[in-house]
Design a protein around this ligand. Sequence first.
Ligand code: MN
Length: 330
Amino acid sequence: MKPGSSHQGAGAFVSGVTLPSNTSEGWIKARTRLWEVAVTNAFGVHALVWTGGWEPEQAEFAISRTAAAGYDLIEIPALDPSAIDVDDTRARLEVHGLAATMTLGLTFATDINSEDAALVAAGRDTLTSALQVARGVGATHLGGVIFSAMDKYPGPGTAAARANSVAVIKELAQESARSGITITLEFVNRYESNLLNTVQQTLDYMDDVDEDNVVVHADVYHMNIEERGFRTPLLLAGDRLGYVHIGESNRGYLGQGTIDFEEVFGALADMNYQGPITFESFSSAVVDQHLSNTLAVWRNLWEDSMDLGTHAREFMASGMENARATAGSR
Ligand code: MN
């Protein structure tokens, strides 16, 4: 299933089929149940689970492993958009039947959350390049820490810097809408941005951007640091939530840290979240020259990408399935 596919409802499935005359109520219920299980979320994995670069052989490895592990989409980091061979990537995605999303973080040299017009212009250029690449590979979403530098700021932000960020993101959203690309704003912890650290700040910022194709991008690793829990802020985002990162508190194997995934999946099921759910994990075993140091990936949390990736796929799918089966009971 592609991200963005909508749940048509069990009724549409049953009413669209000519049922044999001996069809039992149990058969209908079983088929309805299959439909509901089949049409849930698209599950994705960040490419850094597999590879730290995007040379053609690295792209092939990441895309083929993502498909082999049962995922619907791969999230491709585009911190340096020019490093991505658009035609090559698009062709490999098609061969393996995968959808793609694209994320990046800006730097202090390309910071649109700044009062310095030159830095804002540089950030705008980076985002424009990223959008061209996203469009070229057929990505459905473009996002990440695109509203500010992804780095530890030396102080709090200013209203003027924020206004510059809002203006650039508004323009990016309008350009993206022409290609049907959704813009995701990934609010992150205080050590990685001084602008958006919580759902509420992201909603306020989105009000100022005021474009329909901009969504909240929630990452439970960051929420674990900044929010008072998971359920309340996720429900606060409501239907403006459009992208979810699932990661453990230590960025390693799901279930081997302190994130309350029952609460996370329970909230997503209760709000009938239907967007992509993407797994992020980082280890010193796989290093991206742009990303790993920024994210402070110093330790080896795993070696075997395939074991990690298949485990995470099952963890997320069964977590969501169980939560959907008990929706409304929390
Ligand atoms: Mn994330």
